[in-house]
Design a binder for this molecule. Structure first.
Ligand code: NDP
Length: 340
């Protein structure tokens, strides 16, 4: 069995979802309520592969909200993730994806040091961040969508916002090694990590976002920001392809310019319908078929019986592992989302 640990994008979203799911009394509760709410299973899921194989899984809502970080309720945030992991393990789930901020909290607050949750010893081999598949899918989105919008990657400058992150560094590795992009612009805040990345991949210019945006033909957004930022469309090149893999989204603006193309990054489309409510809740355009690539990674690991923490730690995603999960993704009927 596979598992998915997810969370909603903000308090308002959580209140609306509680009302939709038939818990109106929770719909008016503030952040304190969500800080004390335990994890719960939202639904059981069945997924059929393009090969005909069928697997079963469970979606666990952790009740974490990004506002917990913004308001420094760190203890509540870390408890949400550890309790959701313990809940998944207690149910005997073989492999569970830590969606969105779950793996970021796990890493940033060094939760590997807290193995014991009440009477349960967490077995980290049962969990994956899902970041290898996410990075692979974002790279596929860049490679397949750029030519559609008249962007030749061999002449293109690609900016990666969040370049030193787990997903961002894997994207930089892939783009520099496999695609022959002309230039990479590396954006993040910590200079030392940027220098290390630049020397590892042997290319790229380190830059601030404002300086980079007017130079980029493609922008990959994979920064861990609790809230989207406003982007001035007049600062962008035309055409410009933006692949926003953030959850919550990195870009807070809508664009009406026909030459600015925004793709939802790190999203896959399955070739068969999945009977579940959860992707309606996170407002996917085609909720029966579209899902986060990190969630799809736990499905792929279950299909292939690779019951191990395939994506784990930080900045350890190799090109070989991206290729391996990419092949499984194609085999089982997932493809990158290419519609804006
Ligand atoms: P990491 O924490 O590993 O990396 C985050 C990166 O963002 C770092 O490079 C960090 O560097 C940078 N960053 C953070 N804040 C800013 C800022 N204000 N300006 C510029 N750079 C910033 O995160 P992940 O790689 O695990 O995840 C990245 C994003 O992808 C998150 O939004 C996450 O929720 C989303 N995600 C999406 C998935 C999907 O299936 N679509 C799956 C998993 C994650 P520094 O701190 O030095 O600035």
């Amino acid at each position: 069995m596979f598992g998915l640990i997810g969370h909603l994008t903000n308090l308002e979203h959580a209140q609306a979802v509680a009302r939709d799911l038939g818990y109106p009394e929770y719909g008016s509760q503030g952040l304190d309520f969500w800080c004390s709410a335990p994890p719960f299973v939202v639904e059981d899921i069945k997924v059929t592969s393009a090969t005909g194989q069928v697997i079963e899984g469970r979606y666990v809502e952790s009740c974490f909200l990004p506002e917990m970080l913004a308001t420094r309720r760190i203890k509540a945030a870390t408890r949400k993730i550890l309790n959701a992991m313990a809940h998944a393990q207690k149910m005997g789930i073989n492999i569970t994806a830590l969606g969105g901020f779950s793996s970021i909290i796990f890493e940033n607050f060094k939760l590997e040091q807290i193995r014991r949750i009440r009477n349960l010893e967490l077995d980290f081999h049962r969990f994956t961040t899902g970041n290898t598949h996410t990075a692979y899918i974002i790279c596929q989105q860049v490679e397949q969508a750029a030519p559609k919008y008249g962007i030749d990657l061999s002449k293109a400058t690609v900016a990666v916002c969040g370049a030193t992150g787990d997903i961002g560094s894997a994207v930089c590795r892939w783009l520099s090694h496999n695609t022959g992009v002309k230039d990479l612009l590396l954006i993040a805040r910590n200079r030392e990590r940027l220098d290390n990345l630049q020397s590892e991949i042997g290319m790229g210019k380190i830059m601030g976002l404002e300086e980079a945006l007017p130079m980029a033909d493609v922008v990959v957004w994979v920064a861990s920001m609790p809230k989207g930022i406003e982007v001035d469309p007049s600062s962008l090149k035309k055409p410009c392809l933006m692949v926003d893999g953030g959850y919550p989204k990195n870009i807070g603006s809508q664009f009406s310019n026909p030459n600015v193309h925004v793709l939802k990054g790190g999203i896959v489309e399955h070739s068969l319908d999945i009977d579940w409510r959860i992707m309606h809740i996170v407002a996917m355009d085609v909720p029966a078929r579209q899902l986060f690539a990190c969630f799809a990674e736990s499905m792929l690991l279950e299909f292939e019986k690779w019951h191990t923490n395939f994506s784990w730690g930080r900045n350890q995603i190799t090109l070989e592992k991206m290729e391996q999960i990419g092949m499984a993704s194609v085999k089982h009927g997932f493809r990158p989302l290419l519609t804006t």
